[in-house]
Design a protein around this ligand. Sequence first.
Ligand code: GAR
Length: 207
Amino acid sequence: MKKIVVLVSGGGTNLQALIDAANRGEIKNGKISCVISSNPEAYAIERAGNAGIPCVIIPRKDYSDSVSYSKAILAELDRQEADLIVLAGFMTILDKCVTEAYAYKIINVHPALIPSFCGEGFYGLRVHEKALEYGVKVSGATIHFVNEEADAGAIILQGTVDVENDDTPEVLQRRIMENVEWKLLPKAVSLFCEDRISIKNGKAYVD
Ligand code: GAR
């Protein structure tokens, strides 16, 4: 059984999707062993508690910069003996001390079709605001490995939804979460735990 550590910052609907999938037996060969929150107020903490999963709070605001924060995260990941780290609505970019120590062992869900609407500054609702501003006709979400560059690691899975004329950022966000994020994130996590993702020339392939 691989030990899965989930990092969160907010509402935690993606964490909930993982918990629900695990309860349905859809995460094969993996178990969520710990949740780490960067935000002491995150509702995700309650979701972890309700599911009986230990939660560690490491507040981002207690650290002056990204490197010192990342070192604290790294120490906790090592303590937890994490086999897989899932960034599920985690709103802090991790320094390379973490991404190098856990190369191809960190998975992120990004709410757009990478390489569009991604990178530093593109997170949460802002991503959907930008997509609507641009006038794209499809959007979606990307599940990818995390490397030292924001949203630039190997893509594992992507899924799309149509953008409707009267969409607001909130409506588009919800459609993408329901139809793509909550389905593909648990799927990618299970694929990882089953050792069904391989890397060739920096790209990820599902066997
Ligand atoms: C999700 O849409 C996730 O894709 C996005 O934030 C939301 C978190 O929701 N993540 C990012 O923008 C990271 N760059 P949740 O807390 O309910 O899972």
